[in-house]
Design a protein around this ligand. Structure first.
Ligand SMILES: [Zn+2]
Length: 141
């Protein structure tokens, strides 16, 4: 389990939670450190850049909607996959490898189509995986 110490002195664990923005937008599967003792919670630092970007795109007066954070954040996606009931018995390394191969295929396709914005998006996802994959292992253990 991925742990962090809470201000109250207890350990915080990571969970995927629904975050509500402006009382209108529900963002599912956001990795959040949570303290079961005092209920303090904090978004995982590794996903803050993607969450900030997503909220920036929603603007100050968003429509009522529901989004999946795992579609924006590779780390949230990985956490979602390793904790998924159907994949619970698969090793994290296997799930990671499968996703990396999928992204590399997408990168190849994006490049052969000359679609630069898509290629850049795929590159950013690959770099999220290489930076934060360790959290997926910690979540599983
Ligand atoms: Zn606490």
């Amino acid at each position: 389990m991925l742990l962090k110490q809470c201000k109250c002195g207890r350990d915080m664990g990571v969970r995927l939670r629904t975050v509500i923005y402006q009382n209108k937008v529900e963002i599912d599967h956001v990795p959040v450190f949570t303290c079961d003792f005092c209920n303090r919670s904090e978004v995982l630092p590794g996903v803050k850049p993607e969450l900030t970007k997503l909220i920036g795109e929603l603007g100050a007066k968003p429509e009522k909607m529901r989004l999946r954070f795992d579609e924006q954040s590779e780390l949230a996606r990985l956490m979602q996959m390793v904790t998924d009931k159907e994949r619970r018995h698969e090793p994290v390394g296997h799930i990671l490898e499968e996703r990396i191969n999928e992204l590399l295929d997408m990168l190849l396709l994006a490049r052969s189509l000359g679609d630069e914005p898509w290629a850049e998006d795929v590159m950013a996802r690959l770099s999220q995986i290489s930076t934060h994959a360790v959290h997926a292992y910690e979540l599983k253990s």
